[in-house]
Design a binder for this molecule. Structure first.
Ligand code: GLP
Length: 266
C-alpha cells in the first residue's frame, strides 16, 4: 500500500481522476470498478471534463459498481444506478449496456449476487477498483465484521451508515434502505489495482485506522493493506491523524511511479 497526500480535496480528486484516465488510455477495454458517495462526485466531474475536452474514450470500457440499495428501482433518484448515470455515464461515451450494478429489486436477491459475481468473472475480473471509505470504515457496504473473504451478498447497514447516508435522502434516516447488495471484501481484493480516495477531516480517524491500524473485520477498509497494488489518495484534512505523513509526502515527491503526475504528463 502507498498513501499519497495532496494539499486540497480538489487536488486529491483530480489526481484520482488522472490515475483512472491514464489506466483507461493504456487499456481502452478497461474493466473499471466504481464507487458512489459524495467523495466521488468531483472525480466523475473531472472524468466527464476529460472526455469533453481531451476526448478521453470510454467506448470500450466496462464498469462494475460496488453496491446498490435493496428495494430501490434503477429509476429511483436515490439509487446508485441513478447516481452513476447522472454523475458519469450520461456525460461520457460509455455504452450503457457495459455498465453494471447489482439489481436491488431482483426477485431472487441471492441469485442476483451470484449473477453479479459470474459477470465480473466473465469480463475477466476488475482491472482498477475505485473505493471510498464509510464513516465506520466500510468499503462497498461491507459493514463491521464482514468476513475478509466475503463475496457479493446482501448486507444490513449499520446505524452509523444509515445516519451518514441520510443526507442523500433529504436528511431523514427513516428513508434510507436498511439493506444493500455489495461486492464482498474478497471480491474487491481480486481486482488488479485498488485506488482508494478519502477526503475531509471527518474521515481522519477512520483513515488512520484503515491504513495504519491492525487488520480487522471491524474496519473492512483495513483489508486493502493485503492488496498487492493499492494506492490511497487523501487530502491534508483526511491525513491529519496519520503517523507517517512525512514518509507519505516523500513517496509522492520522489517515487518514479508518480513522476508523470507530478510533472503534469498524465
Ligand atoms: C457509501 C458507499 C461507499 C462509500 C461511502 C462514502 O456508504 N457504499 O462505497 O465509500 O458511501 O460516502 P461519502 O463519500 O459520501 O463519504
Amino acid at each position: 500500500m502507498e498513501v499519497i497526500i495532496r494539499p486540497t480535496t480538489e487536488e486529491a480528486c483530480l489526481l484520482t481522476a488522472r490515475v483512472i484516465a491514464r489506466e483507461l488510455r493504456d487499456k481502452p477495454s478497461l474493466v473499471l470498478g466504481l464507487a458512489t458517495g459524495g467523495t466521488m462526485e468531483r472525480v466523475y466531474a473531472h472524468l466527464a471534463q476529460m472526455h469533453r475536452e481531451d476526448g478521453l474514450d470510454f467506448s470500450l470500457c466496462r464498469t462494475f459498481n460496488l453496491d446498490e440499495y435493496i428495494g430501490l428501482t434503477p429509476e429511483d433518484t436515490h439509487s446508485y444506478r441513478h447516481y452513476m448515470n447522472t454523475h458519469l455515464f450520461d456525460h461520457v461515451n460509455i455504452d450503457i449496456r457495459n455498465t453494471h450494478l447489482p439489481h436491488g429489486t431482483a426477485e431472487d436477491l441471492n441469485a442476483e449476487c451470484q449473477r453479479y459475481e459470474a459477470l465480473i468473472r466473465e469480463c475477466g475480473g476488475i482491472d482498477l477498483q475505485l473505493l471510498g471509505i464509510g464513516q465506520d470504515g466500510h468499503i462497498g457496504f461491507n459493514e463491521p465484521l464482514s468476513a475478509l473473504f466475503s463475496r457479493t451478498r446482501q448486507k444490513a447497514l449499520t446505524p452509523t451508515t444509515i445516519t451518514q447516508n441520510a443526507c442523500y435522502f433529504g436528511g431523514d434516516p427513516e428513508q434510507v434502505p436498511r439493506r444493500a447488495i455489495t461486492m464482498g471484501v474478497g471480491t474487491i481484493l481480486e481486482c488488479d489495482r485498488c485506488l482508494v480516495l478519502v477526503t475531509g477531516d471527518r474521515k481522519a480517524d477512520i483513515l488512520a485506522k484503515a491504513v495504519e491500524g491492525p487488520a480487522t473485520a471491524m474496519v473492512t477498509a483495513t483489508a486493502t493493506q493485503f492488496h498487492a497494488h493499492c494506492s490511497v489518495i487523501v487530502d491534508e484534512g483526511a491525513a491529519t491523524s496519520l503517523r507517517e505523513k512525512e514518509y507519505y509526502r516523500w513517496l509522492y515527491d520522489n517515487e518514479p511511479e508518480w513522476a508523470v503526475f507530478r510533472e503534469g504528463r498524465a
